[in-house]
Design a protein around this ligand. Sequence first.
Ligand SMILES: Cc1cc2nc3c(=O)[nH]c(=O)nc-3n(C[C@H](O)[C@H](O)[C@H](O)COP(=O)(O)O)c2cc1C
Length: 218
Amino acid sequence: MNQLLSSLLRSLPSFPDDLPAFRTGDAPEDPVDLFVDWLSQAVDAGVLAPHAMTLSTSGPDGVVTARTLILKDIDEHGWVFASRDDGVKARDLGANPFAALTFFWPQLGRQIRVTGPVRQLPQADGEADFLARPEEARAAAFVGHQSEPLGSRETYAAAYADAAARIAENPSLVARTWNTWAVAADSVEFWQASPDRAHVRLRYRLRGRAWERGLLWP
Ligand SMILES: Cc1cc2nc3c(=O)[nH]c(=O)nc-3n(C[C@H](O)[C@H](O)[C@H](O)COP(=O)(O)O)c2cc1C
């Protein structure tokens, strides 16, 4: 046992003492409305990157991978994110089109968990997202090889400089590999920490076209 590390880990606080109340009886019928409400409270509370979420996927061999992504929208298709279509997550989703999204906003003691089937959206959506990215982000997406082993930073710098020059020359250039996906949520759980550990959990589950709400034991 690593005594020093273990003591440090046990001493770390997870949440502030002053936490918002979660009156589940007032929760809206649609979980997206509650998400938007909590998101705006997270923005007001100064949570950094409240739109960042953990996307968990699993591949054909059952290996699970998680990474942080930015939520781009919630529309009729679901909870939308953008990425390359030649990386690990795209490969996983091609084999097993189901995913989980997790948001964690420590300043408010809140976690939101979303699960459901995922589908890739039309190429035009990916193009629109790509063109809306800042120039450096477009160049970075153009470089390619994401998550493949990299020999040296110099190799990357040269590839990035090449991509940046191509984008500067032709600002409407689009990386065909850039795409968007949507998680069609069938379960959304809202978790609110409570200082007495009687944490409040409300889960929405899709039943046909309607959302069924229910409390969960903490
Ligand atoms: C805050 C944050 C936001 C990120 N947003 C994105 C994103 O929107 N799209 C993306 O492809 N990668 C994003 N990344 C990088 C991913 O976490 C990940 O490294 C990359 O997508 C490769 O994942 P994969 O190899 O599992 O496919 C973000 C990372 C962080 C820390």
